[in-house]
Ligand binder design. Structure first.
Ligand SMILES: [Zn+2]
Ligand SMILES: [Zn+2]
Length: 140
C-alpha cells in the first residue's frame, strides 16, 4: 500500500501519521498473520532501532480504539492484532497454531445488536485441525 493511502487511513480517524505508526500499520497490512505485540516488535526492530515495545503496544491501542485494527483473543494470554476491512471469523489450528481468516458465514458479525443487547466486540473463533495439517501424515 502507498504511503499516502496509509496516511489517509490514519487521517480519516484523526490519528497523526508518525513514522512509527505508519511502519506498524504497514506491517499489519502486509502481514495478515494476526501478529502479537512481540511479533511486530521483533520484526520491525532491525528496521527501526529506536522502536520500543511500549510504542508498539500504545500504537496498537490507538488503532484498536479507533477501529482500524481489531483484537483477536484466542487463548487467555494471547492477544493478536488483525487489520481487516471486512468482518470475518477465525479458525485456529490446534496442531500448527495458524490462525486462519474465514470469510463466509459471517452474517452474525454484521449484527449490531443481539436479543436487544448492543454489540461492541466479538471473540468468536473455531478450533480444530486445519486443512494443511489434515493432509500431512498423522493428521486426522
Ligand atoms: Zn494446522
Ligand atoms: Zn483475521
Amino acid at each position: 500500500m502507498k504511503k499516502e493511502e496509509m496516511v489517509k487511513i490514519l487521517g480519516d480517524k484523526e490519528i497523526q501519521a508518525s513514522y512509527h505508526r505508519l511502519k506498524i500499520l504497514e506491517f499489519l497490512i502486509d502481514n495478515r498473520i494476526h501478529p502479537s505485540v512481540d511479533d511486530i516488535y521483533k520484526k520491525l526492530l532491525h528496521e527501526i532501532p529506536t522502536l520500543s515495545k511500549t510504542t508498539v503496544y500504545n500504537t496498537l491501542k490507538t488503532f484498536t480504539d479507533k477501529g482500524i485494527v481489531s483484537i483477536v483473543t484466542t487463548e487467555e494470554d494471547e492477544i493478536r492484532y488483525d487489520y481487516s476491512e471486512e468482518p470475518h471469523l477465525h479458525f485456529k489450528c490446534k496442531k500448527c497454531g495458524t490462525l486462519y481468516d474465514i470469510f463466509h458465514n459471517c452474517e452474525i458479525l454484521k449484527q449490531k445488536e443481539i436479543d436487544g443487547h448492543l454489540i461492541d466486540e466479538h471473540h468468536l473463533y473455531f478450533r480444530g485441525i486445519c486443512r494443511k495439517c489434515r493432509k500431512e501424515k498423522g493428521g486426522n
